[in-house]
Design a protein around this ligand. Structure first.
Ligand SMILES: [Fe+2]
Length: 291
């Protein structure tokens, strides 16, 4: 998603501060007796135990740092790393991130077309990004791509219709801005559900989200969008297969519904408005909201 391209030094600092918070063990007291030593050990153990408890967001950040340590265009993490990040995301709950359907982000603010979507920016660097999309009922994130990326998405709550495609490689094109794609998913999902993963060439690299109810989606991109690195966010219109007749492209009648022509949109969709909010501000607002 385009909103995920926002790079924020502030966002970096927030997580870096979290990541550098070491345990609080101070000086170990010199004990003159066995009891005192034992008490000290117990205290130290208690403090040590405390020090290893980290928040789910911190755990996610730490895991992303490992999983995307070598992230660059088209490089998919190892299966072991994919499983590790999937397991962390599978455990995350909306309350870990301070999002509930009652929050103002999930109320429809009509902008004339589609309800406003809020992006809560948690972190972004050149290797990965983490953020939450908050969609009021009937909000739409239009069909867009994730070039050369691996993307992990976790629906935190709500019911979402997802339509996704993958490009058909080396297919003749009706024009330079229109390509053939194979339908991957066209279904509704209701939380709690498994973390979904898309890859540079499969898994539904191009997708469109339509919120059936208020929805929150935690998104991890590795690597993130980057115009200088050639990973642009592009939006598309999809047309039924029968719209174009192209020499060298043949699909059996009963399979035509499984294909579509995707045409690049010249401009960013006017009907799609995203408000970006920093995670730290979301946390402050959350404290206020829950008072
Ligand atoms: Fe996306």
């Amino acid at each position: 998603m385009g909103a995920g391209t926002v790079v924020s030094e502030r966002g970096k600092k927030d997580l870096s501060e979290l990541s550098t918070k070491k345990n609080r063990i101070g000086k170990i007291p010199m004990a003159n007796s066995i009891v005192a030593a034992s008490n000290s050990r117990k205290k130290i153990q208690r403090r040590s135990k405390k020090s290893v408890v980290i928040s789910p967001v911190q755990k996610l950040f730490n895991t992303c740092k490992k999983v995307f340590a070598n992230a660059k265009s088209g490089v998919v993490p190892s299966q072991e790393n994919i499983d590790m990040l999937r397991a962390v995301l599978d455990e995350i709950k909306p309350e870990d991130l301070g999002v509930t359907p009652k929050m103002p982000y999930f109320r429809s603010k009509m902008t004339g077309q589609s309800p406003l979507v809020t992006y809560i920016h948690i972190f972004n660097c050149h290797r990965f990004s983490i953020g939450i999309f908050c969609l009021p009922p009937s909000a739409v994130i239009p069909l867009h791509n994730h070039p050369e990326m691996t993307v992990f998405s976790k629906l935190l709550f709500g019911t979402m219709h997802i339509k996704s495609y993958d490009w058909v490689a080396d297919s003749p094109q009706p024009s330079s801005d229109t390509r053939l794609a194979k339908l991957k998913v066209d279904s509704e999902f209701t939380a709690p559900c498994d973390t979904s993963i898309l890859y540079p060439t499969d898994g539904g690299n191009l997708h469109c989200f339509t919120a059936k109810t208020a929805c929150a989606v935690l998104d991890v991109l590795g690597p993130p969008y980057s115009d200088p690195a050639g990973r642009h966010c592009t939006y598309y219109f999809d047309y039924p297969f029968s719209t174009f007749s192209v020499d060298g492209v043949a699909v059996a009648e009963e399979e035509k519904e499984g294909y579509a022509w995707l045409k690049e949109r010249e401009d960013e969709p006017e009907e799609f408005t995203v408000m970006t909010m920093m995670y730290i501000d979301h946390q402050r607002m959350n404290v206020k909201y829950n008072k």
